[in-house]
Write a protein of this length. Structure first.
Length: 291
C-alpha cells in the first residue's frame, strides 16, 4: 500500500519531537517558528496547499575540545520514503575536508534501509566521524601558518533574479548574510539583485544556501576576487547588508509586478564604485538622466 504525504509528515513531526528532547538547550536545535504549526495545519486539512518543506539545523559538539559542527537538514515532503538532504559544516574545516565529510555522510545514509527515519542516525554518525577531519584540518592550518603569512580573499558576488518579493525568502537572504558576516545589499522588486561580499568560502556558502533546494530564475552574473595579506575589511565596498528599495515606476502600489527605478539603482552603484556592474546585470550601459 502506497505511503501518503500525510503519513510522511506525521513521521517527520515525531522525529522533530525526538530531536528536541535530545537537544533541549538554547541554540542546539534551530527551527523556524511556523514550520511545525504549518505542517499541523495541513494535517488537520490535507485538502489545502502543501506546507513548506521542513528545514532545521542541529549544532553538535565534537571531541573533547567540543568543536562546533552544524548539521543542516532539509526534508522533502515524502521523507522518509525519499532521502533527506543533509549538509554538515564547521568553521574548523577547510572546504575540501568539508566536502569529504559530506561525501562520507551521504554514502552512509544511502546504505541504510529506505523508508526509515534517519536524521538521528545522521547526527550520531557526524558526532562519531567528524573528529579525524577536524584533526587533519588543524594540522594543515598549523603547517600553512608556519610556511607563510595567511592570505585572505575578498569575494564579491553579483546575483540577478527575475524578481524578489516573498518575505520568507528575503528573511532567509538577510539571516544568511548576517550569519556569514557578509556585506552588500538585496534589491527587492522586479528585477531583484543581490550583492554579497566577504570571505570567499562564506560567499560560496551563501550562494549554496539561498539556491537550496531550488530557486528558479536566479543566476550569479559576475564575481570579483581580490587577494590580500591580512584583513579583507578595507576592501569592502559596503559596510553592512542593506535592504535596498527604490520607488517603482508607474502606479503599481505593492503588487507583484512592479518594476524598480533602475536609474536610482545605477546611481547607488556608482556611489559604491560599481557602476560597471549595471551593464553586466542588464546587458545595457547605464546612463543617469540629467536633473
Amino acid at each position: 500500500m502506497a505511503v501518503t504525504v500525510k503519513e510522511c509528515l506525521e513521521l517527520q513531526l515525531l522525529e522533530v519531537e525526538m530531536l528536541l528532547s535530545m537537544f533541549p538547550k538554547r541554540g542546539e536545535f534551530s527551527l523556524d517558528a511556523d514550520a511545525v504549526p504549518s505542517i499541523r495545519r495541513y494535517l488537520r486539512n490535507a485538502d489545502g496547499a502543501l506546507p513548506p518543506q521542513l528545514e532545521y539545523r542541529i549544532a553538535l559538539d565534537v571531541g573533547e575540545a567540543k568543536v562546533k559542527v552544524e548539521l543542516q537538514v532539509l526534508l522533502p515532503h515524502m521523507y522518509p520514503q525519499v532521502a533527506p538532504q543533509l549538509f554538515a559544516r564547521s568553521d574548523a574545516l577547510h572546504r575540501q575536508q568539508q566536502l569529504q565529510l559530506n561525501t562520507r555522510l551521504a554514502s552512509h545514509i544511502s546504505s541504510l534501509d529506505s523508508g526509515e527515519l534517519c536524521v538521528c542516525e545522521a547526527v550520531q554518525w557526524v558526532k562519531d566521524n567528524s573528529l579525524p577531519f577536524l584533526e587533519n584540518s588543524k594540522a594543515s592550518s598549523e603547517c600553512a601558518a608556519e610556511a607563510a603569512r595567511v592570505k585572505e580573499t575578498l569575494h564579491r558576488m553579483w546575483i540577478y533574479s527575475h524578481h524578489i518579493y516573498r518575505q520568507e525568502l528575503r528573511k532567509k537572504i538577510f539571516d544568511c548574510a548576517k550569519k556569514l558576516n557578509l556585506t552588500g545589499f538585496c534589491l527587492t522588486g522586479k528585477p531583484g539583485v543581490i550583492c554579497v561580499e566577504g570571505l570567499r568560502e562564506n560567499c560560496e556558502e551563501f550562494w549554496r544556501v539561498i539556491r537550496y533546494p531550488s530557486w528558479k530564475h536566479i543566476s550569479c552574473k559576475h564575481v570579483e576576487s581580490t587577494e590580500t595579506e591580512g584583513s579583507i575589511e578595507n576592501l569592502r565596498l559596503f559596510h553592512s547588508f542593506e535592504d535596498l528599495q527604490f520607488q517603482a515606476h508607474g502606479d503599481y502600489g505593492l503588487r507583484n509586478d512592479y518594476h524598480m527605478d533602475l536609474g536610482q539603482f545605477l546611481e547607488f552603484l556608482k556611489q559604491h564604485q560599481s557602476g560597471h556592474i549595471f551593464q553586466i546585470l542588464f546587458g545595457v550601459e547605464g546612463k543617469l538622466s540629467d536633473n
